[in-house]
Structures are given as C-alpha cells and as structure tokens.
Design a protein around this ligand. Structure first.
Ligand code: B12
Length: 340
C-alpha cells in the first residue's frame, strides 16, 4: 500500500515538474521576447526617427556593415535603442559636413560618446502622446504661456526634427480635426499655428546659411505655411540657404524672383487640392520655361502622387506622407557640385 502511495506521489511530482518546466520555458521565452521587442525598432520607425530613408539604411548595411540589425521571424530588420542612438549621431555628424565614408571608419563606441541627448530622446518617445495632448489642451484653453512652456521643455529634451515631425505636425492635424467637427475655434488654431511658426522661424534663424540658393513659396492663394516652413528648415540645416517667400505667392511674382536670384532649386507647397487644380496648368507653363535649369520640388497635401507631364518637365512631386528630410537629402545629392 505504502509502495503504491509512494509511486503515485513520485509520478505526480514528476508530472508537476515536467509541467512547470514546460510553462517556465514557454513563459521565459515570451518574457525574453517581450523585453527584447520592447526595445526594438522596425526599419520604418528608425527611418522616421533618424531621417535616413529605408533604402539608405539598407545600402549602408550592405556597403559599410554599418549596424547589423536583428531579424524578426518574418525577416524584418529590428534595431536596438543603441542602433538608433548611433544613427542619430551619424545624422548629427553629417549635418556638420562629415561624409558617411569617413564616419564609418570611426569606432562606434567613440561615436556614441557625447550622444546623450539622443539617448534621452529615444527614452522620451513614450511621452510624445502626453506632450501632444498637453499642447492641444493649452491651445483650447488659449493658454499661450503654457504652449511656450511645453515647447521649451520639449525642444530641450528632443531633437528639433523629432519635435516637428512627431509633435507639431500631428498636433496641427488634430486641431484641424477638432476645428472641422466644431470642437475647436479658429482662435485656438491660430494661436497654436502662430506659436509653432515662431518656433520654426527661430530654428531657421539660428542656422541661416549663406547665401540663399533655394526659393521657397506657397502656391498662389495658399495660406497654409507650416509644411513649407518645415521643409525649409530641413534644407537649411543641411547648410543650404533658402530665400523664404512665404504664403500665397502668385506665379508671376515667383517667376520674377526666380529670374532675379537664379536659384538652384525652388520649393513649392500646396495644401488645398482645389488650388492645385486651379494653378496646375500655370505651373506646367512655368516649368516649361525654367524646369531644366533648377530642381522644382512641389510638396504638401494638395500635391498629387503623380503627374507625368510635370515630372517630364523636371518637377519632383512630394505629396503628404513623404518626409521633407528625405527630400532635403535627395536635393543635396542632386545639387552636389552646383551649390556655392
Ligand atoms: C493651420 C490651418 C490653417 C491656417 C493656416 C495658417 C498658416 N500660417 O499656416 C489658416 C487659418 C490660414 C487655414 C485656412 C484655411 N483652411 Co486650413 N488648416 C489648418 C490645419 C489645422 C493645420 C495645417 C498644418 O499646418 N498642418 C501641419 C503641417 C506640418 O502639415 P502639412 O502642411 O501637411 O505639411 C507636411 C507635408 O505635407 C510636407 N510639406 C508641406 N509642404 C511642403 C513643401 C515641400 C517642398 C515639401 C518637400 C514638403 C512639404 O511637410 C510637412 C511635414 O511632413 C489643417 C488641418 C490638417 N489636417 O492639416 C487645416 C486644413 C488644411 N484647412 C482646411 C481648410 C478647408 C481651410 C480653409 C479653406 C478654411 C476656410 N473655410 O476658410 C482655409 C483656406 C485658406 C487658404 N486659402 O489657404 C482643410 C483642408 C481640406 C481640404 N483637403 O481641402 C484642413 C485639412 C482642415 C480640415 N480638417 O478640414 N487653415
């Protein structure tokens, strides 16, 4: 009897041990996986955070072995927090005029030294929604001081690119939605746009490269300016001077400025599709006259994804959703040798 009892207890013990081992192995895998995934970034996210296009990141991986991202089960690249920090540092060095071929020769550890802001930047990504919500609340309460204070704190912690792309743009959009559904007054929208535009202008003022070689203007009758200010900032921080002509510039006046300044590129922004439709043929005529002497880039929500005739005439169409930073990189490459 005692023997049977011992046998039962022993097999129950083994059964429990086996079950526990299975549960533990499975759950520990998921714990490890969760911990790892919590700190992993997909290629698209890394591209948005650093301003380098996915194709550039893949090319650098092939060419220089810069970063060896892990792979998910499906084969997707997964970058660590340190990878992102390294890329932000590369971005910083390239903005200072260093070439990628030279940067990759350096020791990554040495590169990461002095990149603390980037580290806190990655850590602070989780707070972005909080920041956006606080800005919307401050705009709705007409609290200009609070708006300024939030911007002060945010710009102190995060890079300007990240603030513009992940905070200013989305907040403007959210305020637009609230306005369209009658939950936000034009006054709140104006207040937010004003504070954000002032920040953008002062960012530009802090770099202001010389001499201006690019013209930037909004389409005729187009009063939405924030997108063009952002694109201008991206060009300027790559050391290229921009003559900013602002909102609602008639094409005749733009052409006059073009003939006086002979820029190497022209940036145009159009938000309202109706304005695109109205002025598209005049733009085509303008491009026929000057499209081959300069790069013409047309961005914004009103820009179509494609227009074969305009592309043929030399236009680069950059509709909403495509990063202005990527265009700025493309422009800098296209203009290599033509910039003063
Ligand atoms: C602020 C604002 C205004 C302000 C603009 C002030 C200013 N100084 O800029 C004022 C009050 C003037 C305004 C007026 C109007 N507005 Co408004 N406005 C907005 C709002 C809330 C934010 C726009 C913004 O700044 N967005 C943030 C920027 C960063 O985004 P973005 O412009 O898309 O730019 C990004 C890209 O497109 C790109 N980009 C843009 N330009 C360029 C250029 C280049 C070269 C490159 C590379 C990239 C690039 O870079 C940016 C970053 O990624 C939007 C809401 C929204 N959803 O956007 C409505 C919105 C655009 N407005 C709208 C409307 C209807 C109007 C009015 C017609 C309202 C009226 N009845 O009077 C007028 C039109 C005035 C005019 N003729 O232009 C609609 C447009 C709907 C549509 N598709 O037709 C929107 C979408 C609001 C809505 N939900 O209905 N508006």
């Amino acid at each position: 009897m005692f023997k049977i009892y011992t046998l039962i207890v022993q097999s129950m013990h083994r059964f429990c041990q086996e079950m526990w081992r299975k549960i533990w192995t499975k759950s520990s895998y998921s714990v490890i996986l969760l911990v790892a995934l919590a700190k992993m970034y997909k290629l698209g996210t890394v591209s948005r955070l650093t301003g380098f296009s996915p194709s550039t990141l893949r090319a650098w991986e092939r060419r220089y072995g810069l970063l060896r991202p892990a792979r998910s089960h499906g084969g997707q690249r997964l970058y660590s927090e340190e990878d992102v920090r390294l890329l932000l540092r590369v971005r910083e060095l390239m903005d200072q005029g260093h070439r990628i071929g030279e940067i990759v020769l350096r020791d990554p550890k040495e590169l990461l030294e002095g990149s603390h802001p980037a580290c806190s930047e990655v850590a602070a990504l989780g707070d972005l929604e909080e920041i956006r919500r606080a800005l919307v609340e401050a705009a709705l309460a007409f609290d200009a001081d609070r708006l300024e204070q939030i911007f002060d704190e945010t710009f102190a912690r995060l890079s300007p690119q990240l603030v513009l792309e992940r905070v200013v743009g989305p907040v403007a959009e959210r305020i637009g939605e609230l306005w369209a559904s009658g939950r936000c007054t034009v006054a709140s929208e104006h207040l937010f746009t004003e504070v954000a535009s002032r920040r953008l202008r002062s960012l530009q003022g802090a770099i202001r490269p010389d001499p201006p070689q690019v013209l930037a203007a909004c389409f005729p009758d187009e009063r939405h300016e924030l997108g063009l200010l952002m694109a201008t900032y991206e060009i300027m921080r790559r050391g290229i001077g921009v003559l900013y002509l602002g909102a609602a510039v008639p094409f005749a006046d733009l052409e006059h400025a073009y003939l006086v300044r002979h820029p190497v590129a022209v940036l145009l922004s159009v938000t309202l599709p109706s304005l695109w439709a109205e002025h598209r043929d005049d733009l085509a005529a303008l491009l026929k006259r000057h499209g081959r002497q300069a790069v013409w880039a047309i961005g914004g929500r009103g820009s179509p994804v494609e227009d074969p005739e305009l592309s043929e005439a030399g236009a680069i169409l950059w509709p909403a959703g495509k990063s202005p930073a990527e265009l700025a990189d493309k422009l800098r490459q296209a203009l290599r040798g033509r910039l003063v």
